[in-house]
Ligand binder design. Structure first.
Ligand code: MRU
Length: 346
């Protein structure tokens, strides 16, 4: 897959493949300042926890451009910008993880000038971007051992190249399997309401010639009952200390279905998705998105005017439904509290 997040140093702009219009139109969204980066994140031009983190890193840099080094208030203004960025979407912890890295660099040298900070942040943003791709490849390599005898893999939402700096987490494991000569078939849940599965997972797998079939979300149980699913792999937006996982709405139901049918349920995510400051999943902030995403499909109203909806963008899968968590350091099995602490440190 081509790079969907690009930074042009000549023009000082961040260029994003606009995921709102895939698969029908490949158009590019240009961010010249932090305000446009925040808009891109809120409006789902770019989405997926690690991808949001990568873009946020470039956003920190872009946020410095409108500041004047001779203005005595530039530090205060920059702090405010970082807070706005951090709050753009609440559930994926990668956003806060990256903003904390950038803030940390600055705090270690509080007297640094704006020009120098700009330069250091841009360098760091590129590093975070490139490292994310390597991280995904490591996740793919570790995950391969879990699925080498499993050919029909169900996934939910899009945890692929488009959701990361490139390559993907859950789809990174699939890509690693394909490279190892395993003839995988991916069953992509369409993932209402934003249709990340139907539009994005199918788009990128199809592009890479990996076999994929899309199903309506409500077909998952029947396919499992018919023996058509060997394993489920999903990504994550936040994994807390006891191994509870926040991911796209519908993941929890899928995990229950997998448990009932005796199908392994794997979560693939980088260390930047772990939040060890939270002990259990019920404390994860869950984003609620505009009701129009549910009431309308492709601009056409499907729900009678005046009827309310629930539009939680994520849910929490309890650790007892998860067979293993794959990260770049290896595979973590239950008991998760102990094994996460052992692998990642407290
Ligand atoms: O609302 P989205 O599209 O940002 O939600 C994305 C997901 O839930 C992904 O599964 C998760 O971020 C992992 S992406 C590698």
């Amino acid at each position: 897959m081509r790079r969907h997040i690009r930074f042009s140093e000549q023009e000082n702009i961040l260029i994003l493949l606009d995921q709102r219009y895939l698969p029908n139109k490949e158009s590019w969204f240009v961010c010249r300042n932090l305000r446009e980066v925040i808009l891109a994140i809120k409006d789902m031009v770019i989405r997926g926890a690690p991808a949001i983190g990568v873009v946020a890193a470039y956003g920190c840099y872009l946020g410095t451009l409108s500041l004047d080094p001779d203005d005595s208030e530039w530090r205060e203004l920059l702090r405010e910008k970082l807070s706005l960025l951090e709050d753009a979407r609440p559930t994926a912890v990668n956003l806060k993880y990256v903003v904390d890295i950038m803030r940390g660099i600055w705090e270690r040298e509080p007297d640094i000038g704006l020009e120098e900070l700009r330069w250091i942040w841009l360098k760091k943003a590129k590093e975070i971007h490139n490292e994310d791709i390597l991280t995904n490849k490591a996740i793919g390599k570790h995950g391969l051992q879990l699925i080498k005898d499993k050919k029909r893999i169900m996934t939910h939402c899009n945890a692929g190249g488009l959701a990361t700096g490139g390559y993907g987490t859950a789809l990174g494991v699939i890509r690693a399997a394909k490279s190892a000569g395993i003839d995988v078939e991916v069953i992509a849940n369409e993932t209402r309401p934003f249709l990340q599965g139907a539009r994005l997972t199918a788009y990128e797998l199809n592009h890479d010639e990996i076999r994929v079939k899309v199903i309506c979300d409500n077909s998952a149980g029947y396919l499992m009952a018919k023996g058509l699913v060997d394993a489920v792999i999903v990504g994550a937006d936040r994994i807390v200390a006891n191994g509870d996982v926040a991911n796209k709405i519908g993941t929890y139901s899928l995990a229950i279905l997998a448990k009932y049918h005796g199908i392994p349920f794997f979560v693939a995510a980088p260390i930047s998705t772990f939040d060890l400051n939270i002990d259990t999943g019920d404390k994860i902030p869950i984003e609620q998105r505009p009701s129009k995403e549910v009431t309308h499909i492709a601009g056409v109203q499907m729900v009678p005017t005046g009827v309310g909806v629930y539009n939680y963008a994520f849910d929490v899968t309890p650790n007892n439904l998860i067979s293993a968590i794959i990260c770049e350091k290896g595979v973590i099995y239950p008991p998760f509290t102990e094994n996460i602490r052992n692998l990642l440190g407290s």
